[in-house]
Design a protein around this ligand. Sequence first.
Ligand code: PLP
Length: 478
Amino acid sequence: MDEKDLSHFAERAARWGADYRAGLGERPVRPPLEPGAVARQVAPVPPETGEAMETILADFERVIVPGMTHWQHPRFFAYFPANAAPASVVAEILVAAMGAQCMLWQTSPAATELEVVVTDWLRQALGLPDGFSGVLQDSASTATLAAVLTMRERALGFTGNRTGLADRPALRVYASREVHSSVDKAVWIAGIGEDNLVKLPSGGPSRAVDAAALEAAIVADRDAGRLPAGIVSCVGGTSVGGTDDVAAVADVAARHGLYLHVDAAWAGSAMICPEFRTFWTGVERADSVVVNPHKWLGAQFECSAHFLRDPESLVRTLAIRPEYLKTRGRDGVVNFSEWSVPLGRRFRALKLWFLIRAHGLEGLRSIIRDHVRWAAALADGIATDPAFELVTPPMLSLFSFRYRAPANVDPDRFTLDLVEAVNRDGRVYLTQTAVDGRAAIRFQAGAFGTTEADVLSVHAVVGEVAARLAAEIAAGGR
Ligand SMILES: *Cc1c(COP(=O)(O)O)cnc(C)c1O
C-alpha cells in the first residue's frame, strides 16, 4: 500500500468504524475467549514481502474484532469508561494523517497553541480558578508521576535530579488507602520507595482520609528526621469512589508546606456540572490536579488533563534542554515536552477542541447528569430487592453491590463466580472490587452510548445469572 491508496482504505476504515459502532449493542461486551485464542491465529513470523491491504483488512475482521472487549458498548459498566465520542474520533483520524510530533512549539505551533487554549477552556468548564495552567499528558499515571517527581524535587531544593537520593533523609508521600495504584507506582519510579508512601485510614460515608491522622503522621515523620514531600488526595477513588475532604487536606498541606496533588482522574469530568463541585471543594488550593477527559468526558484515549498552579516547579523538575532541542530566539513560548516525562508527544488537543465544540458544555453536562441519575435509579432498585445488598452508595455514577449468596456458600467466592458468569453471558460487563476486605460487584454508568434501559437492565441480568448459578450449586454442579 502506498500514498495513492490512502484515500480508498481510509474511507473503508471510516465506514467500517461507523458500522461497527452502530452494531455494538448486538455483540457480547467481553469476548468469550480463553487466553491464547487470538495469538494462535496470527502468523508467528513476519512476512518478507508486502501483503495486499485487502488480506490484512480481512484478517482484522476475522481475527482481531472477535477478540476485542467493546469499550464503546452501551452496556459496558466495568472499570471506568473510555469514551471516544464521534467528534473526537474524527479529530484522531486527522491527527493520524498529519502524523506530527508535538514536543516543542516549533515542531507544531498549532498543536502547542491549541493545547494552551483548550486546556484553558477545560479549566473554565471545571470551575478551576484562572492561574491554573494545563497540559495534556498521556495518562493520569504520568501526571501523578510528574507530580510526585515535583514533590520530591521541591522537598530537596531541586537537587535530586543531579545528585540522586543516596544519603538523603527518607522522603515521605501521604495518601489515603483509596488512592489508585498509579500513586504506588509513581513513588517506586521516583525512587522514594513504597515503604515511604504512607497510606492513611479513610472513613465515613465518602471514605475520606482521616485529616487528623494525616497531620499526626507528618509531624511524627518530621520528628523522626524524615522528609515529608507531599500529599496525593483522592476525589472519586477507583474502587468505590472514595473522596477526600480536599479543603481539610489542603489545610494540612498548607500548615506543613507540602505539595498537594489531587487525583480526580475519573470524577473530574463531572465537575463540568456545577452541582457536583462540592465533591472537590478546596481543589483551588491544590498545587496540581489531574482529570482524564479520556474517561467520562468523551475525548478518545489518551487525553489526560494536568492542571498546575505553578508550572515553574514542574518545568524545573522535568525540563532537560540539550543544544539540539533549543528553539533559539523564541524565548517565552511553551515547549510542552518540558512539562512531561516523555519527550515525544501526540497532538492531543485537537480531539478535545472538536469534542467540546461539537457537543457544547451543555451537551456534555446532560450526558453526565443522565448517567448519575440512571445509576441512582439502578442502585435504588437493587437496594430494595431482598435478593441483593447495596454495599456502597452511589458516588456520582459508581456504586457496589452483592447478590446474597445461598446458605453454605462462601459469599466472596459466590460474588467472584457471579461476576465471571455475568461477563461470560456477555449482555453486560461488570468488574469486582474489595470493600473492607470482602468481594463486591462494582458498577459504573458512563458509556456515551448507554441508555436508561441499558443501565436498569443490570438488575434483571445479574439476578437471572445469579439464580442460575445458585441453582447449579444446589444441584451439585459446581
Ligand atoms: C483511571 C484512574 C487512574 C489512572 O488513569 P490512567 O489515565 O489510566 O493512567 C488514576 N487515578 C484514578 C482515580 C483513576 O480512576
